[in-house]
Structures are given as C-alpha cells and as structure tokens.
Write a protein that binds this ligand. Structure first.
Ligand SMILES: C[S@@+](CC[C@H](N)C(=O)[O-])C[C@H]1O[C@@H](n2cnc3c(N)ncnc32)[C@H](O)[C@@H]1O
Length: 215
C-alpha cells in the first residue's frame, strides 16, 4: 500500500487542497481554451479535484493515478455524481514507458511531477497523448531546499523552471509559459507553486517537415 493509498480517503478533508484546486482551475481557464468537447486527462489526479473544478468547462474526463486508494475515491465521485457520468478512471504510470493509444486536448497535472524520478519519458508521453495543438498544464513546486518532503524523499525538490522549460521544449512542446499560480503553506512555511502551460507542437514541425531539403 502506497502512502497515497493511505491518504486517499481523507485527502479531500483538507480545505487548503480544495482551495488550491479552485485557484489552479481558475488559472487553467485563463491560460488555455476550454470547450464542451475538450478531452481532459488529469494525470496523477489523486482524488481528481481539478477535474471536478473543470467539469463544467470541458468534455470527457479521464482521471489517472497509480494509487488504487485514490482511484477508489474518484470512482465513488463518478457514482455519486460529483464527477460527470462517463468519467474514466485509469491506472496509469507513464514512467513505465507504455503510452495509451488515446488522444486528448488537455493534459493537466498538479503536484505529481516532483514524485517522478525520471521526467523525460513522462513529458514525451504527454506530448504523444496530446493532439497537435493540444495543451499541457502542469502545476508543481518551484525549486525548494528539500524541506517540503524532508529527508529520504527520492523525488525532486521542486523544479528550476528554466530547466523544466527546456525539458518541455525537448519533449515536443512549444509556447512554454511558466508563471506563479499559488503558494502552498506547510509546517509554517510557504512554498511557491508554478503553472507551466505549453502547446503540443505538430509532429511535422517538431521534425522540421516543410523545410526545403538541403541540396
Ligand atoms: C501530491 S499528490 C497530488 C494529487 C492531486 N493531483 C492533487 O493535487 O490533489 C501526488 C499524486 O501523484 C500520484 N503519483 C505518484 N507517482 C506517480 C506516477 N509515476 N505517475 C502518475 N501519478 C503518480 C500519486 O498517487 C498521488 O495521487
């Protein structure tokens, strides 16, 4: 059982998490176009708080998380109507290399990437999962001193946003924009969170198709 399995049942009891999801949803709405046909994948969704907030703005929702406990909470929300009928709940860990065949218009992820040791395959998988011109919205910790999780944490101590911008470009994204979105208060300290938005570059442009062949 993962630490997230243990925390899942009470995850939504914390009003600061609900407020964060509300603020992030507002920022996503302002940053990317959303329509009733937008296919949303929330990756590392936890209890899918962001999907709940965006459910009135988007079309079909897929909430993905490797934690069984989190998925059980999301499934209960679909059953009792807190998430729209037809919302899919996926057991998905893109760090493993396999990428589903489905395509989405928006991939969103909140406070998940810092748990993923090797980011590159996951960012590439996001690009694969998005239609050309689709959008990525990632919220996570700005680089911090390690105090957020404390000792023995194997993930990232937040992210240098210039490094992340470069990694997103290398993974097939254009128009990368990073901005402050919220502050997370923990143990008397304040940790800034960024929202990174990016557009899935058409594969032809990423390959340089359309350019005159070298003579
Ligand atoms: C800090 S929680 C955030 C949950 C939710 N996004 C939120 O903001 O409330 C991190 C989530 O990432 C998930 N996670 C951990 N490793 C992951 C991975 N490799 N791929 C996808 N999700 C992962 C965990 O199961 C957990 O639900």
């Amino acid at each position: 059982m993962s630490v997230f399995d243990e925390k899942a049942a009470t995850w939504d009891d914390d009003p600061t998490k609900l407020e964060r999801a509300r603020v992030v949803a507002e920022a996503v709405r302002a940053a990317v176009p959303l329509t009733p046909t937008t296919r949303l994948l929330e990756y590392g969704a936890g209890t899918a708080q962001l999907s709940q907030e965006l459910s009135g703005d988007v079309g079909p929702i897929t909430a993905a998380d490797p934690s069984e406990g989190m998925r059980e909470v999301v499934a209960a929300k679909v059953t009792d109507g807190r998430l729209p009928e037809g919302t899919r709940v996926w057991d998905l860990d893109l760090a493993g290399g396999e990428v589903p065949q489905e395509r989405f218009d928006l991939v969103a992820s909140v406070l998940t990437l810092h748990h993923i040791h090797e980011l590159e395959p996951v960012l590439r998988a996001f690009a694969t999962l998005l239609e050309d011109g689709g959008h990525l919205c990632v919220v996570d910790l700005v680089a911090e001193d390690g105090s957020f999780h404390g000792e023995d944490f194997a993930g990232h101590h937040g992210f240098d946003t210039d490094d992340l911008t470069r990694q997103l470009s290398e993974a097939g994204f254009a128009d990368v924009d990073v901005r402050h979105v919220h502050d997370l208060e923990k143990k008397g300290r304040s940790y800034p969170l960024f929202l990174a938005t990016a557009t899935r570059e058409p594969a032809s442009e990423a390959r340089g198709d359309g350019e005159e062949p070298a003579s």
